[in-house]
Design a protein. Sequence first.
Length: 316
Amino acid sequence: MKKELISIVVPCMNEEENILPFYEEVTKVLKEISNIHYEIIYVNDGSKDTTIEKMRELARQDKSVHYISFSRNFGKEAAMYAGLEASKGDYVTTMDVDLQDPPALLKEMYRSIKEEGYDCVAAKSVSRHGYSFFRKIFTGWFYKIIAKMSNVEMVPGARDYRLMKRRMVDAILSAKEYNRYSKGLFSFVGFDTKWIEYENQERVAGTTKFNFPKLFAYAMEGIVGFSTTPLLISAILGIFFCFVSFIAIIVIIVKTLIWGDPVAGWPSMICILFFLSGIQLFCTGIMGEYLAKTYLEAKKRPIYIVKETEEDLCDK
């Protein structure tokens, strides 16, 4: 019986301490799965430490290890896309190199696909151990908001960690958009998905590269990429304040006719002007965000640029 190939896609940025521990842990699990062989595809996303040296060393030692090194930092989404594009497996998974995605789940994922007929088995965290208080609050709000706004399913606690059949990977790769939000794309392409719950794991080493500004920008990417509701909200706000202004004009006219027109209320008037100006800028910002995404897509720049792969090792 022909062995099937599992591809492991691993985005990395300044993860020199985690490259080897991840390799040791994931290969140990993969060797316990019968009748498969595997490839590990590390993607170096513009690291400034010795991450690329660690990748080269592993690629020399093990022919099942491959790597792609970008010319600069293009972001995790670009790294995931590059890894998926380079993968050759019958089944493909994306994993974080810090081992917050437990490799042991791969066995259950593979079994569920083979025995239960799913196209994808995905992991979702049921806890947020290691998250700061504000990150927990923000993450919870984000999933509640995007679930109501988006026209695709957004599962709370969903990770990028999932094992997919080749046909699902090809469907994801067919989406060539520059502004990518993989959690949304996974849902957008459809396919039968089984969810596995697990407790969030601590990083093996190093610190997270996602600070609050990056998380906020990533959240906005998801909302803008998979919902036009913010545009509708800005339109509704405009209609609402037009209605309020119309009522206010009537009140002022009636008040002037009955009680005269004393000049008063400058502080309240200034507050109202500032408030309405803020609403206008907010709505303009929403439209500007969509326009900016359209502008970036229209330029059709490459999602990533490769500087080096393991095939270049023979020249070194």
